[in-house]
Write a protein that binds this ligand. Sequence first.
Ligand code: AMP
Length: 471
Amino acid sequence: MSFNTLGLSDAIVRAVTEAGYTAPTPIQAKAIPAVLGGGDLLAGAQTGTGKTAGFTLPVLHRLSTDKFGASLTSKTSKRPIRALVLAPTRELAAQVEENVRMYAKHTNLNSAVIFGGVGIHPQIKLLANGVDILVATPGRLLDHVAQGTVKLDKIEILILDEADRMLDMGFIHDIRKVLAVLPPKRQNLLFSATFSDEIKALADRLLDNPAMIEVAPRNSTVEVIAQKIHPVDRDKKHPMLAHLIKSNGWKQVLVFTRTKHGANKLVEQLGKDGIGAMAIHGNKSQSARTKALAEFKDGSLTALVATDIAARGIDIDQLPHVVNYDLPNVPEDYVHRIGRTGRAGATGEAVSLVCVDEHQMLKDIEKLIKQTLPRHVIPGFEPDPTAKPQPIQLRSGAPGHPNRGRPGGNRGAGNGAGAAGGKPRVQGAPATGQRNGGNGGNGNRNGGNGGGRGQGRGPRPASAARSGGER
Ligand code: AMP
């Protein structure tokens, strides 16, 4: 199949072709005709499937070929916002907008991205110029709504990207507030990697007789990714990683650590081994993150060390290697992490360095993905069979338990501390409760601009407290 046969305008097909894509991915082949038809859509697709183009291309087609779109004579003339994409993180929002811009280049449509953690004034200027397609994180968007610096009354198409992530991060109330200011008659597209009851409830409320498409079975890991476990002692993980990178000649590896401190320490250690590495996490400025990502993408940096929150939505073409230096506390994060490799049909490899402390986490992951992952002991790194598990240090001074899934319970245990800080975790609380204690890692909620939001909003809802999200 080619993009020509899907009913997209020549200008859009040309941009796709120039981007180097010749055939639509499965999600694109299904989503594009559905969106062009004008109806609502519920799509089950992870990052890496080509979902962004799956909604961007038909949205651009619709907006550029209707009466108003056809009357636009340049990219700069005055226009109302007609399509709104909500995304959970600034990284994802930025990437989506980059895609929109690229695919819109031969049309007269323009786009903008707004997220927290950066100054609001340039965004106000940008919005005042007139934008066809706005990509935003929910918190900052509401800031603009409150200030009257964005007008959403002409929205024709709403896209919720990575809706499951947005709910996990406590954005449901913000999403509701956004919905309340949109015109009721519009096309709604909901993309989610997983379908929890919360997502189903949101879909029920939001979508009218939606087309439903799913490309990867729920919670399954993409087939093309080779996954394996390297059992290792707790204190041998760093030499093992250096060994893997050097002996295999890996040139581009995304490494996940559980904590920001762990990420920094690992970067330092890899540096001593002569392996170029940088960290991205919530304590890094946006410019440091952008720089690290750019160097990693262009191949000048071997290892990018990331925490889960920082890595969400990172879009890197055909990433060959993902390493779970620490297993994630939340089993679903494993699926998201390894979804960074083997993207859009390319093959990839995901290896996990697992010590005795993490056996329960591994069990939970294997249960979720319904697979037993192969174990490979690396000669010279045989784990001590008599080693005893120790509690995982989830944040300094508070030993925690490996997580047992993504319990709804912690949502009820919120503390209203969506902004920096959060409550100290008590031992025995669900491990995902850790996510509450963040430091504004996502910035789009908490970071940056003079304490962000919160004024006049009352206490944050319980689940919103998770948005801080990093240790
Ligand atoms: P996404 O799931 O939207 O994050 O896209 C995953 C990756 O697939 C991105 O790096 C895209 O650039 C790439 N991609 C999107 N569409 C195609 C296509 N039709 N063929 C090959 N790669 C694609």
